[in-house]
Ligand binder design. Structure first.
Ligand code: IMP
Ligand code: MG
Length: 376
């Protein structure tokens, strides 16, 4: 197979970054297709300082990877330029769809003001993500290519404030020559498939935050599953050979909204410290709950998940017994030795990868260790 997809099965922060970093070692291309700077994918490597990416794909630490940003993203170019500088990324390694929408400075203010006015808070990341997607849906958004056009030419009086913003944004684009990375991503991916390149689709956030399938309105503003590959990258999801769903042996959630198995504060605090569960983008302490395999089985069904990747397994070993809700809704304690088998039984999907904390090692494969690229 030459195309695979990695997605989160909980509320984000499942450890997708590390799995992608590892699989990218033998891949050619990693594609982001949804979300923007609200995402935070941590890439821990044993013996190295922990890095995190927000808009760049999680293959960014590999020099051989082509990093692709699809048109389904909303992009904060100032932050993107910063990330490029931090990771020493050159334009040749980046392809950006010019039809991706732009997060303008005022989107961040609107995000904060709307959140302040809500009686029932969502707990957004205040990165301007939601307002940028709202403008896109109401057809008043600016794509990256529109910003370039508006910044360069004469504009209507009514658009003066947009032009000022556009020029500010374009200064950064010019500085990094970001328009040199503009590529029609659907065509690029077709060519790559024809050349048998290995492509990883990297889904941001977790399926419980999906705009349509999550617990509205406590969701993000994009598609956090297989549907995002079509809309956000212009790629036929049927060409994806394997969908890998990532989960950890407990749940975490940043921001508000229902969390059926949430732990009481003292248990939550213990697991939060063990797992270092603080937001990658916002630094907020994450809410912690028991593993909900009923919700995970639903996410697997909807997205056609083929394999599971179980992260933070060292935490399961440390607590010895993992509390989980099964497919029928009953809650029980499962010894960590039996966890992999129980997860596979309850979800109907085999566990292929297990990861432990960076200090203990990294990723191992369960059973048949045939490379995902060689399978099928
Ligand atoms: P927004 O995406 O900033 O609008 O935030 C909407 C909700 O999604 C909030 O509860 C955020 O905490 C949550 N959220 C957005 N992106 C992520 C992520 O990458 N990881 C975890 N939670 C996220
Ligand atoms: Mg995260």
């Amino acid at each position: 197979m030459t195309a695979i997809m990695i997605m989160g099965l909980q509320w984000g922060d499942e450890g997708k970054g590390r799995i992608i970093d590892r699989l990218a070692g033998k891949a050619d291309t990693v594609v982001r297709f949804n979300g923007g700077p609200n995402a935070g994918h941590t890439i821990p490597r044993p013996g190295m300082i922990k890095r995190a990416v927000h808009q760049l794909p999680s293959g960014a630490l590999h020099d051989h990877i082509l990093n692709v940003l699809g048109r389904g993203m909303v992009i904060d170019v100032t932050k993107l330029a910063q990330e490029m500088i931090e990771l020493n990324m050159c334009n040749e390694r980046l392809a950006i769809d010019p039809c991706a929408h732009t997060i303008l400075p005022h989107h961040k203010d609107v995000d904060r003001l709307m959140e302040a006015q809500r009686s029932s808070k969502i707990g957004t990341t205040a990165t301007g993500n939601g307002p940028a997607y709202a403008d896109k849906a109401s057809r008043s958004g600016l794509r990256l290519c529109d910003v370039m056009a508006k910044a360069g030419g004469l504009v209507d009086r009514s658009e003066i404030s947009i032009a000022v913003e556009a020029r500010a944004v374009a200064r950064v684009i010019g500085f990094r020559d970001l328009d040199m990375c503009f590529t029609d991503v659907p065509s690029l991916l077709s060519e790559q498939m024809a050349d048998n390149k290995r492509i990883i689709f990297e889904c941001a956030h977790g399926f419980e935050l999906d705009l349509d399938h999550g617990q509205y309105p406590y969701v993000t503003s994009s598609s956090c599953g297989i549907g995002g590959v079509y809309s956000g990258a212009g790629f036929d999801p049927r060409r994806i050979g394997a969908v890998i769903g990532v989960l950890k042996p407990y749940s975490t959630r940043v921001g508000a909204g229902p969390m059926p198995n949430e732990y009481e504060p003292s248990i939550a605090a213990k697991i939060r410290e063990m797992g270092g569960e603080y937001g990658t983008t916002t630094g907020r302490p994450r809410r912690i709950g028991a593993l909900d395999l009923r919700a995970i089985a639903r996410a697997c069904d909807i997205n056609g998940v083929d394999y599971l990747a179980l992260t933070h397994f060292d935490i399961a070993e440390e607590v010895k017994y993992v509390e989980l809700t099964g497919r029928t809704g009953e809650t029980r304690m499962v010894h960590h030795d039996a966890l992999v088998v129980v997860i596979a039984e309850e979800t109907g999907v085999p566990v292929k990868y297990i990861t432990t904390g960076p200090k203990l090692g990294d990723m191992s494969e369960v059973g048949n260790s045939e490379s995902i690229w060689e399978m099928h």
